[in-house]
Write a protein that binds this ligand. Structure first.
Ligand SMILES: NC(=O)c1ccc[n+]([C@@H]2O[C@H](COP(=O)([O-])OP(=O)(O)OC[C@H]3O[C@@H](n4cnc5c(N)ncnc54)[C@H](O)[C@@H]3O)[C@@H](O)[C@H]2O)c1
Length: 425
């Protein structure tokens, strides 16, 4: 990898995070000359040294294969992206606490690019954005540089819909939505994504934006229903997993999902991009409120059974926002831990995947009064994990398992009850 830009690269990817880095590697793997840009020297340094800065199955091997080739150049300077014909923005788009998209990273990159863009360039928003953002970007370039968008410079939204952990398989299978501005942007940007085997679906910019946001809203709302049902079941002393089985079993119109600590870097914030200008303000906020309440619901369930949690040891297993990843961003496990600490509980945490240092499984679980399976990682789904909890924490330890790691046991149950139910066998 050469540290400087190639002046004749095919594609630049700005922001080599969880979306941008696997994408840049995949483009290079398909034979394109790629410039990967990031303003974080630590992240760039890791890639330069051939180390993936985060887990993504298959990406480490890909990075090692590409290390010796000239197809992947790295740069800290956004303006170096102009050395490529296509420029893909994969920057973060968080939300402000004001229910509003935070576009500061996109604006900053746009301003860095303004002076170096030239006819023939295409600028592709791969980040998740609020409706109207692609037209804003096109308008910004037209206003400040006078480009005819869709004729001289091409702008499109090609949203990333891949799930973390499945990048390398889904890049060739998930339909690639392209919403181009003006006459030819869609066609030009579609050519770039032909590097992958996935079908390309052309649409308008705003439809591409809505499709991505609502893909995530659908998931966020889908999980709110079993989470609300879990809370209802607690009120009626019912077993939510049995109710879910009753709903779904052999019923053609079933399909309710499992409950859990629903959040993460995309689901937690993408709904706000719709809520910002919603025709039914508050509906998605209510969905968010249900999901955001799950940690408190679990904590209060423990208090109903044990009384005060002060000075009691609570083991939280899992910090990542979903199973089998190392991504902790916006994970509700952190919120649960903060709430437990406010109860003066002695919290011990174990997660075998994340970068944050945590205790070992044994240290976390030994002598715990409560064990919460906050992330249903494969390691915790093993029957031997339940056996180890019962042995180390004791059979009367309260086990809280909203993700149903071991079969249809109650969400809150004694370890002994779980073992007796055969859940751990
Ligand atoms: N993570 C996912 O699973 C996922 C899936 C689909 C879509 N998305 C969307 O994709 C976008 C990127 O998400 P992500 O998880 O990859 O984010 P990320 O935070 O992992 O990556 C963003 C990268 O951009 C870099 N950066 C920030 N400002 C910069 C600047 N001005 N110049 C150069 N580099 C800069 C950061 O250092 C970071 O490495 C977001 O809009 C997100 O909503 C994410």
């Amino acid at each position: 990898m050469s540290p400087q830009q190639s002046t004749a690269a095919d594609v630049a990817v700005i922001g080599i995070g969880r979306v941008g880095l696997p994408l840049a590697l995949c483009f290079a793997d398909r034979g394109l000359d790629v410039i990967a840009v990031d303003n974080d020297p630590v992240r760039l340094g890791a890639v330069r040294d051939g180390r993936m800065p985060f887990e993504e199955p298959g990406a480490q091997a890909l990075l090692e294969r590409l290390r010796g080739s000239d197809r992947l150049a790295l740069s800290e300077r956004v303006a170096d992206a102009a050395g490529a014909r296509h420029i893909v923005l994969t920057l973060g788009t968080p939300s402000f606490s004001h229910i509003e998209i935070d576009m500061r990273d996109i604006r900053s990159a746009l301003d860095d690019l303004l002076g170096v863009l030239a006819p023939g360039h295409s600028l592709i928003l791969r980040s998740t954005v609020a409706p109207g953002t692609t037209d804003f970007v096109a308008g910004y370039l037209a206003k400040h540089r006078g480009f005819q968008i869709g004729e001289e410079v091409f702008v499109a939204h090609a949203p990333e819909r891949i799930a973390a952990g499945r990048f390398l398989e889904e890049i060739d299978t998930l339909p690639c939505i392209v919403g181009g501005v003006g006459a030819r942007s869609g066609e030009v940007v579609g050519e770039l994504f032909k590097a992958f085997a996935a079908p390309i679906v052309q649409t308008t910019p705003v439809q591409a934006e809505l499709a991505k946001i609502w893909t995530n809203i659908l998931r966020y709302a889908t999980f709110a229903l079993p989470n609300l049902l879990m809370m209802d079941c607690e009120r009626y002393a019912a077993n939510v997993f049995e109710v879910i089985d009753l709903i779904n079993r052999d019923y053609p119109r079933g399909g309710i999902a499992q409950p859990g600590l629903t959040a993460g870097t995309c689901l937690r914030k993408d709904f706000t991009f719709s809520e910002e200008r919603s025709a039914a303000p508050g509906m998605l906020l209510a969905v968010s409120r249900v999901n955001e309440t799950v940690p408190l619901f679990l904590l209060e369930g423990a208090k109903r059974r044990l009384g005060s949690l002060a000075n009691r040891k609570v083991a939280v297993l899992g910090l990542a926002f979903k199973a089998d990843t190392d991504d902790e961003r916006d994970s509700l496990a952190h919120k649960l831990i903060r709430q437990l600490e406010r109860e003066l509980a002695d919290v011990a945490v174990h997660d075998p995947h994340v970068a944050t240092p945590t205790a070992s499984f044994e240290e976390a679980v030994d002598g715990a009064h409560v064990v919460v399976i906050a992330t249903n990682h494969a390691e915790f789904r093993e029957p031997r994990a339940l056996a180890a909890i019962a042995e180390r924490a004791g059979r009367d330890c309260l086990v809280i398992d909203p993700g149903n790691c071991w079969g249809a046991a109650p969400v809150l149950a004694d370890a002994a009850e779980l073992v007796t139910l055969g859940a751990g066998r």
